[in-house]
Ligand binder design. Structure first.
Ligand code: PGA
Length: 253
């Protein structure tokens, strides 16, 4: 199955002001506009900047993503933003279960409810999985398997097909230590094999697998060509429009 490459810029808690966010959205749009290709490129600004970012990108080739979303639709949930609210702002993709959120107490059960809520509101969930440390015996695969299966417990096969996973080893995030193409290829095969065993091959084959963790323009091409990745979840490098656009080009290589 051929997957349309997807590259998502996770701005995390950057930049510091609305004006800077608008400038970054504008420069990213300009850089991405120059790319001819069939991939999807998205940016995930902090929630507070979603509306201004959407005004900048409009109906262009750049699409809007969110860094998280809550599973309840309405109610007494101070500080939360629902999938329904995100969808109403024009958000199309939502990152779920990022390790920085899991580190702040998000559980597999929360992730599963968020995946369900995202599908309900026609957002594509990008579910992050990945180990804190890589042990030589490969025990970390058990963690990846349980994160995968737990995220999908409420999903129908049709919803699973529309779910994207991002393999984001925690040791690679923001550290400059990128996983090797062999490492990411192995994890991608493992994710597809696990889904094929739990559901079926057609469902598994439809699932897109991204890689995230110190992705840069200089390593994105090899991760695409040799690692077989269907795209990237990019943190730090997405704060530079030129670097981010170069990663998007490499993902289509
Ligand atoms: P990084 O972050 O590219 O800065 O390593 C990736 C992520 O956390 O999604």
């Amino acid at each position: 199955m051929i997957h349309t490459p997807l590259v998502v810029g996770n701005w995390k808690m950057h930049p510091g002001t609305k004006e800077e966010a608008v400038t970054l959205a504008r420069t990213t749009l300009q850089a991405v506009k120059r790319i001819a290709g069939n991939g999807v490129v998205a940016i995930a600004p902090p929630h507070i900047y979603l509306t201004e970012t959407q005004k900048v990108i409009g109906r262009s080739s750049l699409v809007l993503a969110a860094q998280d979303g809550f599973f309840q639709e309405l109610g007494a949930f101070t500080g939360e933003v629902s999938m329904k609210q995100l969808a109403s702002l024009g958000v199309q993709y939502v990152i779920i279960g990022h390790s920085e959120r899991r580190a702040r107490g998000e559980t597999d059960a929360d992730v599963a409810c968020k995946v369900q809520a995202a599908h309900k509101h026609k957002l594509v969930p990008i579910v992050c999985v990945g180990e804190r440390v890589r042990d030589a015996a490969g025990d970390f695969y058990q963690l990846i398997e349980s994160q995968l299966k737990n995220a999908l417990v409420h999903c129908t096969p049709a919803q699973i097909k529309r779910t994207t996973f991002a393999y984001e080893p925690i040791w690679a995030i923001g550290t400059g230590h990128t996983a090797t193409p062999e490492d990411v290829k192995e994890v991608q095969l493992f994710i597809h094999a696990t889904l094929a065993k739990a559901y079926d091959r057609r469902v598994a084959g439809a699932v897109r697998v991204l890689y995230g963790g110190s992705v840069k323009a200089s390593n994105a091409e090899i991760l695409t060509k040799q690692g077989g990745m269907h795209g990237f979840l990019v943190g730090g490098a997405s704060l530079s429009a030129a670097e981010f656009a170069a990663i998007a080009v490499a993902a289509q290589s």
